[in-house]
Design a protein around this ligand. Structure first.
Ligand code: PLP
Length: 419
């Protein structure tokens, strides 16, 4: 993994692309270019991270050659539910992976480690709890939620009747609005979790409302799962009926998803993942997820997650000192949104200009955004990847000053163009 200055003490990636180049010069060279882009840039995308070479190696292992449709664990029928022979080692691996994830989150929930992505995990979570046409009460994409939380262009918005709760004037999830809408619309499911929300989510308050109206409660903790694992954010376990996550964001593992559920939903979750949503599990990725869980159990991971939060607070504070508006006025986690609504350029313009300057971040809508989703009035900034590379608070303060310089130049140009 690269350090703060882009130096890589481990030759794993270089050996890998050099090896690939011998067979496919095109693919090998593109991987090399991407490796160098990642190495040389300051990566601030809140949903990304650098997993360890051990995770990468597991994902690139011979397990990619194995089919293992079904599940390793003993079902109520007493059968091991696999549809293929030769699964004895992947059976052991998958059970080991499940046990490690329960250990990470100190939970006795059932866990399915097969979802290929966070979206697949959410698809399965909904399927396990509700039926098409049922009502979901959820946070909208433009207020920080995810596509799979009910966007009209996604399966979630097409299969289910979705009502959105709002954020308040400061950008915080408005729990009064959640309760009001839950009582009014009587949803079958309340959903929370976010892709661009910088504050602690009060899972107990959500669970209380779900209980009051007699509906299910599901949490998508994809962004904050690493913080939950390290005790830096409240845990949804014990409150939610189903908890979904990705493993590649703050958890710093392979790309993929997990679905956890209270034991009574175990069978429904499993059949929602396979055979309903997916075919054969990616056992190589499951191996990467198992290595990731082992890493998340180490004391170093706790230190890492704590540093992610400290770094985010420092970066956000520096922007505020420089006179910027931040949605909610700060951050409690690994991410925040810079509000650019008063600038003569969009989030997209800043994203593109940062790209030209070796800083990677993404445009993002802010609450009540007046610009289109392709332009936006905000950028989303996260500290998980650069913390992996060893950045501390002062490094992030310097990053804020570099972005401020870019902003000032861009603003000057746009103002001159407008004259
Ligand atoms: C909150 C949340 N849930 C789900 C997902 C979907 O994950 P994937 O891209 O693996 O489908 C994301 C992705 O960014 C996310 O932010």
């Amino acid at each position: 993994m690269f350090n703060r200055d882009g130096k890589d003490d481990n030759n794993y990636n270089v050996e890998n692309y050099e090896f690939i180049k011998k067979y496919s010069p095109t693919v090998g060279s593109l991987i090399e270019k991407e490796y160098n882009r990642q190495k040389n840039n300051i990566e601030l995308i809140a949903s990304e991270n650098y997993c360890s070479e051990a995770v990468l190696a597991a994902c690139g292992s011979c397990l990619s050659w194995k089919y293992a449709e079904g599940y390793p664990y003993v079902r109520t029928s007493g059968n091991k539910g696999r549809y293929y022979g030769g699964t004895e080692f992947v059976d052991e691996l998958e059970e080991y992976c499940c046990n490690k994830w329960r250990e990470v989150f100190h939970t006795d929930y059932h866990v399915n480690v097969q979802p290929h992505s966070g979206s697949q995990a959410n698809f399965a979570g909904y399927k396990a709890l509700i039926s098409p046409g049922d009502t979901i009460l959820s946070l909208s994409l433009d207020n920080g939620g995810h596509l799979t939380h009910g966007s009209s262009v996604n399966f979630s918005g097409k299969l289910y009747n979705v009502i959105f709760y709002d954020v308040d004037d400061k950008g915080y999830i408005d729990m009064e609005d959640v309760r009001k809408k839950a009582l009014e619309y009587k949803p079958q499911l309340i959903m929370t979790g976010a892709s661009a929300y910088s504050r602690i989510i009060d899972f107990k308050a959500f669970a209380d409302i779900a209980k009051e109206v007699g509906c299910y409660f599901m949490v998508d903790m994809a962004h904050i799962a690493g913080l939950v694992a390290a005790g830096e954010h409240l845990s949804p376990f014990g409150y939610a009926d189903i908890v979904t996550t990705t493993t590649h964001k703050t958890l710093r593992g392979p790309r993929g998803g997990l679905v956890f559920g209270k034991p009574e939903f175990a069978k429904k979750i499993d059949s929602a993942v396979f055979p309903y949503a997916q075919g054969g599990p990616l056992e190589h990725i499951i191996a990467g997820k198992a290595v990731c869980a082992e890493e998340a159990l180490k004391p170093e991971f706790k230190e890492y997650a704590h540093q992610v939060v400290l770094n985010c607070a420092a970066l956000c504070d520096e922007f505020i000192k420089l006179g910027y508006k931040v949605v909610t006025g700060g951050t409690d986690n690994h991410v925040f949104l810079l509000d650019l609504s008063e600038f003569p350029f969009s989030g997209r313009d800043l994203q593109e200009r940062c790209d030209e300057n070796g800083i990677t971040l993404n445009k993002n809508a802010i609450p009540n955004d007046q610009r289109s989703p392709m332009q936006t009035s905000g950028v989303r900034i996260g500290t998980a990847p650069m913390t992996t590379r060893g950045y501390k608070e002062d490094d992030f303060r310097e990053v804020a000053r570099r972005i401020d310089k870019i902003v000032k130049e861009l603003a000057k140009e746009k103002e001159a163009e407008a004259k």
